[in-house]
Design a protein around this ligand. Structure first.
Ligand code: ADP
Ligand code: MG
Length: 615
């Protein structure tokens, strides 16, 4: 048999390699921006059309390339940045793989114009699908301009996989922000079609942060610095009271390279411990400087992951740097009184809340007339819309005295179901009360249920919101004073993207000028004090879940809104509210578990109680 193994032609090899480097327009932008920075540019201009699907052009005033280098730059593994494998351990530049231009040219139509200061004429190269179409001298500015047109023009399958324009634009803005943050001494502009999105003048980091995230950040930044022999940490953290507004913008740069690390992120959040509510995220932009021989940036092709040889030390240094920054700027004391740092502490100060157990003996069943009257207003609104579900609850009828606890659904006696308890309805034995304002204890005829109120309520709301999203039946309440929210380009793009889902839930949101939305209505079943805060919190939660769990839009929105609008621990409930909670929980499809998989309740049945006493 003849030999059948052949080397792939370069164009195909490049196209395959491109899959790793260029997943979407934003990844190409990242590479092009990094090349501009590596070339020593002081001014970088980005032009984007159709969210990069049609065009991404990066123009720099860096050192340019010779005619030969210009041609070479499109070869795979062609780089001016490392020469030997030893250099891999002392990388200070962004690039080093020499793959980016080759990959981009394999899957797009690229035009490169470049000129070095010392030569009068520069070079123009047009290349499409790895094929050079034109190379000629050209007269133009010093520096380099790379235009990438019609990304994936020759790989329709991948082009079809690109997301909507708002989504791709959000990725582009994210990449742009990261590079712009890490080089505040370089001027950057970003144009989308003909609109200027950013124009960032060279300057200090604090100036750059304000330029990117808006004037609100002025006065909210706390400098943070810790210099050790092993690692230097420098940058800014946001004041805790501003955490909500910052929408979780969090940036780590290692030797100026943006990285993601949940481990190091934890170091920062743990330094903020006690200063933030669980759903708040501190703002930070922190730069770590470390000898390149102690890190390996080669872990991940798109290079946002990094390996440190001593991660624990770095964790400790970051934590201490942030703690010190918070302390040195008196951020901590000023907050002790304004935040519910610790529920126990608060109770000690507040005698009304000191009682750790709230007893409520007047048990009423869900369908008593009192309950129905009460259910129309106030806190009860939280539970509206799931009433129809309560009919599925198995109820003991008064004649059921002998029946202790049924585990099966009465409607389908044959169907084996999971344990779904039902509270008894006998006034004499019924008692529902709160423990630590966190758990609801409901009496059943053969023991107790201990219900985690927040987890349970999240489950109830989550199922409700999923239903509303599916049927697009969410109803709105109008805002008295419709707020406008300036979101910044990236969040704005996100909101545009999930607009239909937001409407299904009952948010009446509309575009209101550049990067701004108007909130005219919010879901009717949520009691809102501050619509702006609700909406921003929802977005924040959404983004958090998206990065943590990569959920689909509906699932994520349902979870986010449930998390945002659920009742929290520490919230006092009256007996009706507790009973409604119990009833609605057990009307859920999956009453046993919260959104995150935690148990919603535990059962303390008679046999366990007996066993406590050795009976
Ligand atoms: P890498 O950046 O990993 O070296 P690239 O494919 O991104 O690989 O670029 C290949 C080479 O082309 C770089 O090493 C550099 O010498 C040159 N180059 C790319 N972009 C520019 C630019 N904007 N200005 C000057 N030189 C550039
Ligand atoms: Mg590069």
């Amino acid at each position: 048999m003849s030999d059948i193994i052949q080397l792939l032609p370069d164009a195909i090899a490049n196209q395959i390699a491109a899959g790793e480097v260029v997943q979407r327009p934003a990844s190409a932008l990242k590479e092009l921006l990094e090349n501009a920075v590596d070339a020593g540019a002081t001014q970088v201009q980005v032009v984007v059309k159709e969210s990069g699907k049609q065009l991404i052009q990066v123009i720099d005033n860096g050192k340019g390339m010779s005619a030969t280098d210009a041609r070479m730059s499109f070869e795979r593994h062609a780089t001016s940045k490392i020469r030997s494998s030893a250099d891999l351990f002392s990388i200070r530049t962004f690039g080093f793989r020499g793959e980016a231009l080759a990959s981009i040219a394999a899957v797009a139509q690229v035009e490169l114009k470049t000129r070095q200061a010392e030569s009068e004429l520069g070079t123009l190269i047009q290349i499409e699908g790895s094929e050079v179409k034109k190379q000629e001298p050209f007269a133009g500015n010093i520096g380099t301009s790379v235009s990438m047109k019609n990304l994936f023009f020759n790989v329709p399958a991948r082009r079809n996989f690109l997301k909507s324009n708002p989504v791709e634009m959000r990725h582009i803005v994210d990449e742009f922000q990261r590079v712009a943050l890490s080089y505040s001494e370089i001027g950057f502009t970003l144009f989308q079609q003909d609109l200027e999105v950013y124009s960032l003048t060279p300057g200090k980091l604090s100036h750059r942060i304000v330029g990117i995230f808006g004037k609100n950040y002025q006065g909210q930044l706390v400098p943070c610095e810790e210099l050790t022999p092993h690692v230097n940490v420098k940058g800014y953290i946001g004041k805790p009271e501003n955490a909500k507004k910052t929408r979780g913008e969090q940036f780590f740069f290692v030797n100026n390279r943006f990285i993601k690390s949940s481990y190091l992120n934890h170091a920062v959040s743990s330094a903020f411990e006690g200063l933030l509510q669980p759903d708040q995220h501190p703002f930070y932009v922190l730069f770590l400087e470390i000898d390149p021989s102690h890190i390996d940036i080669n872990v991940h092709p798109t290079k946002t992951e990094i390996k440190f040889d001593d991660e624990r030390t770095i964790y400790a240094v970051i934590r201490s740097a942030v703690k010190q920054a918070l302390g040195a700027h008196h951020v901590v004391p000023s907050l002790d009184f304004s935040l519910d740092v610790n529920f126990n502490e608060k109770w000690d100060k507040d005698p009304e809340k000191k009682a750790q157990v709230d007893r409520e003996y007047s048990y009423k069943s869900f369908n008593t007339p009192e309950f129905k009257q009460a259910s129309t207003s106030g806190w009860e609104k939280l539970f509206e819309g799931t009433q129809q579900g309560t009919r599925n609850i198995n109820r003991a009828t008064p004649s059921d005295e002998t029946e202790v606890l049924t585990f099966e659904s009465r409607a389908n006696p044959d169907e084996a179901t999971e344990f779904i308890p039902r509270p008894t309805e006998t006034e004499s034995t019924g008692a529902t009360f709160q423990v630590e304002l966190s758990y609801v204890v409901a009496q059943m005829s053969a023991g107790f249920l201990i219900i985690d109120q927040q987890t349970a309520h999240e489950r109830i709301l989550y199922e409700r919101y999923l239903r509303q999203l599916k049927l697009a039946q969410g109803t709105s309440q109008q805002c008295l004073f419709p707020p406008t929210i300036n979101l910044g380009p990236s969040d704005f793009a996100l909101v545009m993207d999930i607009m239909p889902e937001l409407h299904s839930l009952g948010f009446m949101v509309s575009e209101f000028g550049k990067d701004t939305v108007l909130i005219q209505g919010v879901p009717a079943d949520i009691q809102v004090k501050n619509e702006k805060e609700l909406f921003e919190g929802l977005l924040e939660q959404y983004k958090h879940f998206k990065s943590e769990l990569s959920l689909d839009t509906r699932e994520n929105l349902a979870r986010s809104l449930a998390r945002k609008s659920s009742l929290k621990k520490g919230q006092k409930m009256n007996s009706q509210e507790m009973e409604t909670l119990v009833g609605q929980l057990f009307a859920c499809q999956t009453p046993n578990y919260g959104m995150g998989g935690n148990k919603t309740f535990v059962k303390l049945d008679l046999s366990s109680i007996h066993s406590f006493f050795g009976k």
